[in-house]
Design a protein around this ligand. Structure first.
Ligand SMILES: [Zn+2]
Length: 70
């Protein structure tokens, strides 16, 4: 697997991911990912992307409770 940015070698590792929704900041510290050994670009695979999207959906849903009604 090659990096699409610099054509560097990709290795299995972990990468952080930051989610910011409705005033909620969630930092996922170490998600399994392919990480470029040259530029550090991270790619998440299907399973991880699904989980991240699940988390984002949950945050969007649950954080509605904090919404200020006008
Ligand atoms: Zn790269």
């Amino acid at each position: 697997m090659k990096c699409i940015h610099c054509k560097g070698e990709m290795k299995r590792g972990t990468a952080p991911f930051h989610v910011d929704r409705n005033g909620c900041h969630v930092l996922l510290d170490a998600i399994p990912a392919w990480v470029c050994t040259q530029c550090g670009e991270a790619y998440f695979e299907g399973n991880e992307v699904d989980t991240i999207q699940d988390i984002i959906r949950s945050i969007e849903e649950k954080s509605k409770a904090f919404a200020v009604s006008a």
